[in-house]
Ligand binder design. Structure first.
Ligand code: 6PG
Length: 247
């Protein structure tokens, strides 16, 4: 496919090495984007990524935080006070410790009546930053992957995998609790300038293999993420990379 660049796979020997490698590259991309266009837009995911990014970015002195726009690749539709809120984890472990501007931290509105409304509201918030783009092109999206191959809140065999129009969708049947979530859709993921997957542990080895070396077309959500003109990097530990023939 024109424009699809080669996937770059990085196999590290520990979580600490993954954290260092990912955060070093995040900082490099941020600095390059800020130099080029005066801003850096990044989408964050929940789960173990919250620890890698919070621990790996919080104390760095080479980050121009006020130039960052932070979005969420997905978010649980729960109050920010709920421990399940991805925003609340980042706020406690990272945002409270750095000079990120609140007005450039683009969160969902968990006080809306329904998750559908929250998805629509989040769409509007993204479009205020990207008013000219039918599909926004984020500078970097940081994704995790579940053992089942889900990413963001896009789950195997879920109808949302077929969503081609919306840039943000909602679901109330997430197999991974909590059930109500919003998520960026595949058109947005595949329009990013850079996409990183971060996956560690043997439990992910089969999903990594099925995503990166599928027999035929990929059927797992993580395997469907192939940015058309952007760079795709997978950061794995040896356990998660165990099933790969090419490393
Ligand atoms: O909010 C979420 O639940 C995440 O965005 C989700 O997509 C996560 O990235 C994967 O479930 C992997 O989570 P782990 O890295 O913790 O396994």
């Amino acid at each position: 496919m024109a424009g699809v660049q080669e996937t770059k796979i990085h196999v590290l020997s520990s979580g600490a090495e993954i954290q260092q490698a990912v955060c070093d590259r995040v900082v490099q991309i941020a600095a390059s984007c800020i130099k080029e266009r005066g801003m850096f837009s990044v989408g964050l995911s929940g789960g173990s990524l919250t620890k890698y990014l919070s621990n790996g970015l919080r104390d760095r002195t080479d980050i121009d935080w006020p130039r960052w726009y932070v979005f969420f690749c997905d978010e649980r539709f729960v109050p920010f006070a709920d421990k399940e809120s991805t925003y609340s984890v980042y706020k406690r472990d990272l945002f409270n410790h750095v000079f990120l501007l609140p007005e450039k931290t683009i969160t969902i509105n968990p006080c809306l009546a329904t998750v559908e409304e929250a998805a629509s509201d989040y769409t509007d918030k993204i479009r205020r930053v990207y008013p000219k783009d039918a599909v926004p092109s984020f500078d970097l999206l940081l994704l995790g992957m579940g053992d089942d191959g889900h990413t963001c809140s896009l789950f195997p065999s879920h109808p949302l995998l077929k969503e081609k129009e919306k840039i943000v969708a909602s679901l109330s049947d997430s197999p991974k609790p909590p059930p109500s979530r919003i998520t960026l859709t595949l058109p947005v993921l595949n329009n990013a300038r850079n996409v990183f997957f971060v996956a560690a542990g043997e439990g992910k080895a089969k999903a990594v293999k099925d995503s990166l070396e599928p027999e035929g077309e990929p059927t797992l959500p993580a395997g469907m993420v192939k940015p058309t003109g952007g760079e795709l990097h997978w950061y794995l530990d040896t356990g998660a990379a165990k099933g790969l023939s090419k490393k």
